[in-house]
Design a protein around this ligand. Structure first.
Ligand code: PMP
Length: 424
């Protein structure tokens, strides 16, 4: 009989890759925070939907009706996946950046925005500069709440502010106190946008339970393809805003003199939508939702192994906003004494078959603050290892052993700095 034990969904695995030595290895892609491998069920869902591929909502033909049904079923799955309330709208977007920019365009005139400098640039930058109140990188969840409270008190009496908060940091993986942030915001009549780009693949998000107004996330960080994502939440600001993309689909009726715009998701989904992307995104949501328990158990184990393994390596320093013991998804930022972070990443890939990322991860103020706070003046960038459901214990052990080897002996082959390609 089939096993009833919780199991992980199947992922698409790449073919083995050659190392500089010529040996072939299964690549350990420890870069889930950038993008995640596709699930087999996502590939199957796209293959099935491609058989009845047609334009949505416009045609009355059978194929068009089937495709429209796929598209709307995908919307319902996304709503279920994030625990949307009955009145919430699900707008399909190209990714998180597209979703935060959509909400920025729908911001009622005069709305102040409160955001921590620790955010990813996608959540830090879309807001009108003159109305954005940037709070410094905090060092504890209590500081998050305290600074937010003070900022909202200072804005009292004006238009209701928008608070933007990350669910999990893309640099450190740490969870932010979203529920408590939402409670503070509510007390002051503010609204909340949750950037869940790094959260949804790892932990359950429930809009209603968290009491946040909108959530934004990306398909390519959730085992679905690039070019997919969603903004889910309250419809009033979105219905009152100009269409994000004016055109067919966004317009309900057009005469020579007057345009009447659609309301709901259609208002901001002008043009022929990415139906296969929506189907893929929904398939990923459904799989992750069904396997949530197994994913969380697997990742809790990986996170401990990753963090403790790296912390035990002499010369390696891990960097955290709230402290290394704070709850996190399996993402760790670190530096290696005496080695440029980009060189570490290049050597890990070429010599050990491990994919990580080096740099400031589109969160420049956060990385600058963490390195300064940790007295790591010789590094201006960090290395980030990020795991997920496709990661095995062997991948993590290989990383820890490889970092230990690099920290002790340096790279085993010579690299040069290419102005375009970095260390090669
Ligand atoms: N927010 C966070 C926390 C992220 O990690 C990312 C991607 N690194 C984004 C937003 C932007 O996502 P995308 O590039 O898919 O638009």
């Amino acid at each position: 009989p089939p096993s009833l034990a919780p199991r992980l969904p199947d992922v698409v695995r790449p073919d083995p890759v050659p190392l500089v030595t010529g040996r072939f290895v299964e690549y350990a892609q420890l870069d889930h925070a950038a993008s995640t491998p596709a699930l087999e069920s996502v590939v199957r869902a796209v293959a099935t939907a491609t058989r009845t591929y047609s334009s949505v909502h416009r045609g009355t033909g059978w194929l068009s009706r089937v495709t429209s049904a796929h598209y709307e079923a995908a919307r319902e799955e996304v709503a279920r996946f994030v625990g949307a309330r009955a009145d919430d709208v699900v707008v399909f977007t190209r990714a998180t950046t597209d979703a935060t920019n959509l909400l920025a365009r729908a911001l009622p005139a005069g709305t102040p925005v409160v955001v921590f400098a620790a955010e990813h640039h996608a959540s830090l930058l879309p807001w009108p500069a003159e109305r954005t109140h940037r709070l410094p990188v905090p060092s504890s969840p209590e500081e998050v709440l305290g600074r937010l409270e003070s900022a909202l008190v200072a804005l009292a009496g004006g238009p209701a502010p928008l608070v933007v908060v990350t669910g999990a940091s893309n640099v450190t993986g740490e969870l932010w106190p979203v529920e408590r942030v939402a409670r503070v915001a509510r007390r002051h009549g503010a609204r909340v946008l949750l950037d869940a780009a790094q959260l949804v693949a790892h932990r359950r998000v429930d809009l209603a339970a968290l009491d946040v107004d909108w959530v934004a996330f990306s398909g390519h960080k959730l085992h679905a393809p690039f070019g997919t994502g969603a903004l889910v939440g309250r419809r009033d600001w979105l219905d009152a805003a100009d269409p994000y993309l004016a055109g067919g689909g966004a317009s309900a009726a057009v005469t020579e003199a007057v345009t009447t715009w659609a309301t709901g998701a259609a208002r901001h989904e002008g043009g022929s939508p990415n139906v296969l992307g929506a189907v893929a995104l929904a398939a990923a949501c459904a799989a992750v939702r069904r396997h949530r328990g197994a994913i969380e158990a697997h990742e809790a184990h990986l996170t401990t192994r990753l963090l403790e393994g790296l912390r035990a390596v002499p010369g390696v320093r891990t960097h955290s906003t709230f402290g290394d013991d704070h709850d996190r998804v399996p993402v760790v930022a670190f530096t290696v004494e005496g080695l440029d972070s980009h060189l570490v990443a290049a050597a890990l890939s070429a010599e050990h078959g491990i994919g990580v990322r080096a740099g400031k991860f589109c969160a420049h103020p956060l990385v600058d603050a963490l390195l300064a706070r940790d007295g790591d003046g010789r590094h201006s960038t960090a290395v980030r290892a990020s795991a997920g459901l496709a990661t095995t214990g062997e991948h993590v052990d290989r990383l820890v052993a490889a970092v230990a080897d690099l920290a002790a002996h340096g790279p085993r082959v010579a690299y040069r700095q290419d102005p375009d390609a970095g260390w090669v």
